[in-house]
Design a protein. Structure first.
Length: 644
């Protein structure tokens, strides 16, 4: 029977829009679960939302909706984002669901009955925003919250407490006995140090707000966040209900992994195992706490003026580009710096140059030299093969070791080492020279076969990382369906490759200057319409539109701009008694010859300007999509016909 794998993200708190941090966690878990699937595991991936608490109540009030309406909408948006990112989750738990609430109420009553929860009084300085109590010594200057800087107020309330102190020694022992329970090690040490200071009992109920799960035996209390939220990992599996098959299978199965951001490490490393111990549930999980993406001036947050949303990056750059950057750039155990420059560089260097170009060259050469088909050819063996094959053989193991250790960035690095080695193999064997000598036909085929098979194996290992590009690679190279799995990571597993007639580059190069500039604007918040991923709703009147004199024009000549790579200089006939010159930024998208004769749409009454020394009398209309620009064309109309 297949081994089981249960992986979870934290449940996210929907008081605001989800940011790149939540997205990182979710994409990371997605990559790990896909890796385990690749290894033949029976896996289950849980994510969801933590929907109770004072803050939700407040935000809903501000928006004039009920709390449930607010969280319904947030859940809808979140699932939509995960769907767009092709997150392979199996279940999306919401703490407002009945299936969750009944389990939490049961857990609370049981802990109360057995004396692990008791009634006491809680007092302290309370930050409503963070829903946290602080002692006087923890407060910042002027009695403000140490986490968010807002004003705090003194609060005393009746509260239930969980006896952490009772389980302190047992937990300490458990962590010491299980060195890989918490990773990375620095986080483990942090937790150990915290426990050794001594644990205070934890307040686990509130009477100051209503939006939560009521304590059955004392309904003026609602269950406070920790017991409510942490229980999701087992309530989603049906723990404590008549149907707990999933719980038995996955929680008590082979591997359980909770992935969290380092900001909620303590709750998962201390409160959660203690709750499980108190409930007599085995602590089967391993906890991984990752760092964050930061902007140059600190943690990414709206209040600090630097934030980037995943849907923006997705919309402008694409799924694999976003996944690759997130998974590659955050170092294991540390924080990563998000910069527009590194984002564009990763796409251009790693994806476009190293990887995309390698595939494209390989497909092109197979078409050019062998009519689209190459086979394993032992008679063409060359001395450099040995060194190349050695790395090809080592890579799956190095990659797997890193993935098993949740070091996804490291795993990607070992893949790119192989990609570089494959590129180097082309330089070493110079297939274009071999091709000139009919006597070297076997050597040439041997070289192209090596390239194909290396790419095939790279494609297999890329499956958890690049969802679309790995599929495209298989399609372009003609990789057989049964040679796309882990078992097929053997040199020579597919004896022949029949590649497609014409490959298309997987990752077109981005214009560095243009894209960095765009990203900087987004990050600075100069351009809110881009940042939010929403369309510009700047309204124009019909009179505004009527001011424009739109005409059909035929392109008579086109030539490169003498001083600018991106510009073309066009002469067009717009139905006047002279030619009109228009300078257009379409050089990256059109060959000059292909433009001549096209009937396009221009704005004729635009104020003339001089662009890098060339006069432009008007502007042509073009549309742009992802990495693509198309000049608007008409067919039946004549030069000079007007458009409105
Ligand atoms: Zn606060």
């Amino acid at each position: 029977m297949a081994k089981t794998y249960y992986i979870t993200t934290p449940i996210y708190y929907p008081s605001g829009k989800l940011h790149i941090g939540n997205t990182y966690t979710t994409v990371l878990c997605d990559a790990l679960r896909r890796y385990k699937d690749l290894r033949g595991y029976d896996s289950f991936y849980l994510t969801g939302m933590d929907e109770h608490g004072k803050k939700i109540e407040t935000v809903a009030n501000e928006n004039d909706v009920s709390p449930i309406e607010h969280v319904d909408e947030m859940a809808r948006q979140t699932r939509e984002l995960w769907d767009r990112l092709k997150i392979s989750y199996d279940d999306f738990i919401r703490t407002t669901e009945k299936r969750h609430k009944t389990v939490v109420q049961k857990i609370f009553e049981r802990l109360l009955d057995q004396g692990d929860i008791y009634l006491g009084t809680y007092s302290g300085y309370y930050c409503m925003h963070c829903e946290s109590f602080f002692t006087e010594s923890q407060l910042e200057e002027g009695n403000t919250c140490p986490d968010c800087g807002r004003e705090v107020s003194w609060l005393e309330e009746e509260s239930y407490f969980l006896k952490l102190s009772k389980y302190q020694d047992r937990l300490l022992q458990f962590i010491e006995d299980n060195p890989d329970f918490i990773t990375p090690e620095s986080r483990r040490n942090e937790v150990l140090a915290f426990i050794r200071q001594g644990l205070n009992d934890l307040s686990v109920s509130r009477t100051t707000f209503d939006w939560g799960i009521k304590v059955i035996s004392d309904p003026k209390h609602v269950v406070y966040v920790w017991i409510d939220a942490l229980s999701n990992y087992i309530s989603a599996l049906g723990y404590g209900t008549d149907n707990d098959d999933l719980f038995q299978k996955y929680w008590n199965g082979d591997e359980v992994v909770h992935v969290v951001g380092k900001d909620i490490l303590r709750f998962h490393a201390i409160f959660w195992p203690i709750m499980l111990m108190a409930l007599d549930i085995p602590v089967t999980f391993k906890l991984h706490a990752h760092g964050f993406y930061m902007m140059k001036d600190g943690k990414m947050s709206k209040s600090k003026g630097g934030v980037i949303y995943p849907d923006t990056l997705l919309k402008h750059y694409g799924l694999d580009e976003l996944r690759y950057y997130l998974l590659r750039e955050l170092p294991y155990g540390g924080d990563g710096l998000f910069t527009p420059e590194t984002f564009v560089d990763r796409i251009n260097f790693d994806l476009a140059n190293d990887f995309g170009n390698l595939l494209n060259r390989t497909v092109t050469m197979i078409n050019k030299y062998f009519g689209g088909s190459v086979s394993y050819n032992e008679t063409g063996t060359m001395p450099v093969d040995e060194d190349f094959e050695a790395l090809l053989k080592e890579t799956p193991e190095a990659y797997a070791r890193s993935m098993e250790d949740l070091k996804v960035s490291q795993a990607i690095k070992s893949l790119w080492r192989l990609i570089s080695r494959t590129n180097k193999y082309i330089d070493e064997t110079t297939p274009w020279i071999l091709a000139k000598d009919e006597a070297k036909k076997n050597e040439l085929e041997n070289v192209l076969y090596h390239l194909s098979d290396s790419l095939r194996q790279i494609g297999i290992m890329l499956k958890p990382i690049l969802l679309e590009a790995s599929e495209a690679l298989f399609r372009q190279l003609g990789v057989n369906e049964d040679k796309r799995d882990w078992d097929a990571l053997i040199y020579g597993a597919q004896p022949t490759f029949n590649v497609i007639h014409k490959g298309t580059p997987l990752f077109p190069r981005l214009d560095v200057e243009e894209e960095v500039d765009k990203l900087k604007k987004i990050v600075r918040g100069d351009d809110d319409t881009i940042a939010s991923g929403e369309e510009d709703l700047n309204l124009a009147t019909i009179d505004d539109f009527a001011k424009l004199d739109l005409r059909v024009a035929e392109i008579k000549t086109a030539k490169p701009h003498p001083n600018a790579d991106k510009l073309l200089v066009l002469k067009v006939d717009a139905g006047e008694n002279k030619m009109r010159q228009i300078v257009a930024g379409i050089a990256k998208h059109y060959e000059v010859d292909a433009l001549v004769g096209k009937k396009i749409v221009i704005i004729r009454n635009l104020e003339p300007v001089t662009l890098r020394g060339e006069k432009s009398e008007g502007m042509l209309l073009a549309g742009s999509g992802k990495n693509r620009m198309e000049v608007l064309e008409v067919t039946g109309l004549k030069p000079g016909d007007s458009i409105s």
